[in-house]
Design a protein around this ligand. Structure first.
Ligand code: NAD
Ligand code: DAU
Length: 359
């Protein structure tokens, strides 16, 4: 049975990857620090699964990483561990450098030291897959061609700069030490279990509580949305047939303005959870913009499609419907994640913006 060391596997995308991997009988060692974004409830269906070994700890702990590598001898390391929210990186960039840059470097170094001592056949078969983002490429204008593997890096937020730094480190470990690395640069994910600081779950949950739906700036910024399960299947394809040392862009070819996304959510909620207080779109409010807000992301995913035969299975509209339904059916998950730390963040992020309401 293949075995993967997954880092950040209790977060939104990492937990989806772990669940899919266990479905395909891949054994998982899951190293997660359990920050505010890590949640073992995401993995509750694996509670009695002996092939899912959960370890609470940091990718920045070299001794722990080395112990896990020596004990479990994984065939691949898949690195999801990161601070992932742009607005938090604007309020406190340091944590992003600590985890995303220094943490990734510590992880890479431990993996490299362990990998160098493997027998030749294991060395050749081993893979280090680094899960990165399209935000490293910066921002597109309305008519620019989409990002591709050859787009120069031009990160604009502390988050994307820290992810760009981690990507460069990963590439350097391939060039310098020959570590067999792969990098994915994916667009915006949505789906079940996403922490409700991000646009889609925040909108769904605020709407259901008849709270205001904050839209930064004019709502005309564009994102390319991909269902989290399609992202995880792309990662599998990259691991299986990606060329060592190369990067792969992953996206949904589903560009939408933020206003469109929020309006579609409101429309679906009007159907499935109608409110006597009126249409959910009445709750939309334009608030102060995100500083350095990237205008548009879009991905040309022809490389992964032609090299690996990967194709997304979810359309944005049906995936969004399923996602809304998941949040409606998982109220205890929602209540648990919206605990003390969540309230502190919402107050910090939105109190000032609401005072600057642009409506
Ligand atoms: P998330 O914030 O939901 O989860 C991050 C996970 O990493 C959490 O479980 C957290 O506890 C863990 N973690 C944080 N610091 C750690 C450390 N030092 N050691 C071990 N674990 C640590 O993030 P996500 O949305 O699931 O994103 C996962 C990865 O995918 C990130 O690297 C992110 O940059 C990348 N990515 C995200 C998206 C997206 O739309 N969410 C798109 C493309 C790429
Ligand atoms: O593109 C991939 C990236 O997508 C990932 O690397 C990040 O980890 C992930 O968080 C996501 O980044 P975004 O900044 O695009 O996602 P977010 O959900 O925070 O915001 C999506 C868009 O919605 C963005 O243009 C900002 C806007 N927005 C967001 C929030 C939270 C609002 O208008 N109002 C809000 O309250």
């Amino acid at each position: 049975m293949p075995r993967h060391l997954v880092t950040g596997g209790a977060g939104f995308i990492g937990s989806c990857y772990v669940l899919q991997a266990r479905h395909k009988n891949v054994s998982i060692v899951n190293l997660d620090k359990l920050t505010y974004a890590g949640n073992l409830e995401n993995l509750s269906s694996l509670a009695d699964d002996p092939e899912h070994i959960f370890v609470r700890g940091s990718i920045g702990n070299a001794e722990l990483v080395m112990y896990l590598l020596e004990t479990y001898q994984p065939d691949a390391v898949v690195n999801f561990a990161a601070e992932s929210h742009v607005d938090r990186s604007i309020k406190d960039p340091n944590e992003f450098v600590t985890t995303n840059v220094l943490g990734t470097c510590t992880l890479l170094n431990a993996v490299k030291d362990w990998w160098l001592k493997r027998p030749a056949a294991q060395k050749v078969a081993f893979r280090f897959l680094h899960v990165s983002t399209d935000e490293v490429f910066g921002a597109l204008k309305p008519d620019d061609p989409p990002f591709s593997e050859t787009t120069p890096y031009s990160p604009n937020s502390p988050y994307s700069a820290s992810k760009a730094g981690s990507d460069h480190l990963v590439r350097s470990f391939s060039e310098t030490y020959g570590l067999p690395v792969l990098i994915s640069n994916c667009s915006n994910n949505y789906g079940p279990r996403q922490f409700p600081e991000k646009l889609i779950p925040l909108t769904i949950l605020n709407a259901l509580e008849r709270k205001l739906l904050p839209i930064y700036g004019k709502g005309d910024n564009i994102r390319d949305w991909l269902h989290v399960e399609d992202h995880c299947s792309a990662l599998d394809c990259i691991l299986e047939s990606g060329n060592v040392g190369e990067s792969y862009c992953v996206g949904g070819r589903s560009e939408r303005t933020n206003l469109e996304v929020v309006q579609v959510i409101c429309g679906i909620l009007d159907e499935v959870a109608p409110s006597a207080a009126g249409p959910y779109s009445d709750l939309i409010r334009y608030v102060a913009d995100r500083p350095g807000h990237d205008f548009r992301y879009a991905i040309d995913c022809s490389k992964i499609e032609s090299k690996t035969f990967w194709k997304p299975e979810h359309s944005f509209e049906s995936g969004l419907r399923e996602t809304i339904s998941w949040y409606l059916c998982n109220q205890s998950w929602v209540q648990h994640v919206r605990s003390g730390e969540y309230h502190t963040w919402i107050t910090t992020n939105y109190a000032q913006r609401n005072k600057e309401d642009h409506a």
